[in-house]
Structure formats: structure tokens, C-alpha cells
Write a protein that binds this ligand. Structure first.
Ligand SMILES: [Mn+2]
Length: 246
């Protein structure tokens, strides 16, 4: 991974509180604004896509987490992953495998508090990497998938709309799975959506087993990503929007 070529924000003493609004405001602020603190929001949008094929690396450091993520959207499904959270690694593997996306992720977070910051910031960093890697010209734009696993069934629908939006409807039957607090899956997807600039609808339609519920969500997410990011040969070089931009 080409280190040192990305816009990396290293917080200085006293910086973080100013740049990072209170966590409860996270869903209200413009996406990505605090993530690339040395870029304006417009500059952040203009910074994508990368010119080096459909791949990108992003490094994001805060006082809470230090995360590096590299993605190759036209990969074979290979995951290299070290987050300190085995169940999350298992879910990221589903995205890679079923999205045919290569991902190399290294995360160090304040797990001594809990997994919240690490999971949320991982969603943010991954979203930034996708946004940077993807040229929205010529893609199918919309993707969807239904994935079953025994009694569980989930549907994920995604739109590379250029606007963040999340509908997450997963009636978990237990509060934790594999030692992992299920609340955090919402935070992961919210972070991703805000920074990948996508509209995402996640519905677990049925399921009794919590592991099955969330695994079908991540598998369907991988499949939906793959469909939406695929180049449409009938509309290569065309931005799939009547606005002419996404
Ligand atoms: Mn599993």
C-alpha cells in the first residue's frame, strides 16, 4: 500500500474537540467534513476517484482509532484484516467474498473502552476508500440482493446516489453476537454511508438466529455493492443520472 500519499490528518493537542463535534451530532453534520480535516467538503468530493484504477487507500487517525483501509473494487474477494474484533472480521470477510472486493484493513482502536469507536471509524474509513476508488461514470449505480441463510432472509438495496442515507431495519433477537454488541452494526453502516455517499436500505425480513440475521445482511451488502459498482457496457462513459452528475 502506498503510504504517505494520502491526505492524512494527525490530530494535534486541542484539535480533536474542535474538529470532532459531539457524537450525538454525527448524523446531522455534513459527511466527511471532519474526516479530512485539511480538506473542505467540496474538495473531499472532488478528490475522488483515484486515477489508479478502481482501488484506493485511506488512512485515518484520531485520538480514538488509527485505521488504514485499502480496497480494490475489481478484486477476487481477498481479505486481509486485523481489527481486534473477530466477529467484525468475519463480517468484513462476507463483504469481500460476496462483493469480489479485495480489502486490506488494519485497525487499532480504544477497545479497552468498548468497540464503538473502532467499529464506527472503520465504517467511515471504508466508506472513504470506496468513494475514492469509485468513478461513478459508467456504473450500474443501483444494486440489490436477497440472501438467505437457513431460516434468516435479508434484503439490501444500494444507490450510489452521491447522498448519504441509511434505513436499517434489523430486529435482532439477541443483544450481542460473538461477544459483539449488535447496536454497533448500525454505527458501522452509518459511518460507511456518510462517507461513501450512498443511499442504503437494509432489511432483515426474517430470522431467529442473530448470527444468521447479521450474516445475511453483510452477504447481501457485498452482493448489492458488486451489482451497483459494476460497469454497465451499454452506458460506459455515461453518468447514470439525468442530472449529469452523482
Ligand atoms: Mn458465520
Amino acid at each position: 500500500m502506498a503510504r504517505g500519499t494520502e491526505a492524512v490528518y494527525v490530530p494535534k493537542r486541542g484539535d480533536v474537540d474542535r474538529l470532532r463535534p459531539p457524537r450525538h451530532l454525527d448524523r446531522l453534520r455534513p459527511p466527511a467534513y471532519n474526516a479530512h480535516a485539511n480538506l473542505t467538503y467540496q474538495e473531499y468530493l472532488m478528490s475522488s476517484p483515484s486515477s489508479a484504477g478502481r482501488q484506493a487507500s485511506v488512512e485515518r487517525n484520531t485520538k480514538e482509532t488509527q485505521i488504514r483501509a485499502s480496497v480494490n473494487l475489481d478484486g477476487t474477494g481477498e481479505l486481509k484484516c486485523q481489527t481486534g474484533l473477530p466477529f467484525l472480521d468475519h463480517m468484513l470477510d462476507q463483504i469481500a467474498r460476496h462483493g469480489l472486493i479485495d480489502m486490506d484493513i488494519h485497525a487499532v482502536g480504544d477497545l479497552e473502552i468498548d468497540a464503538h469507536h473502532t467499529v464506527e471509524d472503520l465504517g467511515i474509513t471504508l466508506g472513504m476508500a470506496f468513494n475514492k476508488a469509485l468513478d461513478r461514470k459508467g456504473i450500474r449505480r443501483y444494486g440489490h440482493a436477497y440472501v438467505p441463510l437457513d431460516e434468516a432472509l435479508s434484503r439490501v438495496v444500494i444507490d450510489f446516489s452521491g447522498r448519504p442515507g441509511l434505513e436499517f431495519h434489523v430486529p435482532f433477537t439477541r443483544a450481542s453476537v460473538g461477544g459483539f454488541d449488535v447496536d454497533l452494526f448500525y454505527e458501522f453502516f452509518q459511518g460507511f454511508v456518510n462517507h461513501a455517499l450512498v443511499t442504503l436500505h437494509v432489511d432483515n425480513l426474517r430470522g431467529m438466529n442473530t448470527h444468521h440475521q447479521i450474516e445475511t445482511v453483510f452477504k447481501a451488502f457485498g452482493r448489492a455493492l458488486r451489482m451497483a459498482m459494476e460497469i454497465d457496457p451499454r452506458s460506459a462513459d455515461v453518468v447514470p443520472s439525468t442530472k449529469g452528475c452523482l
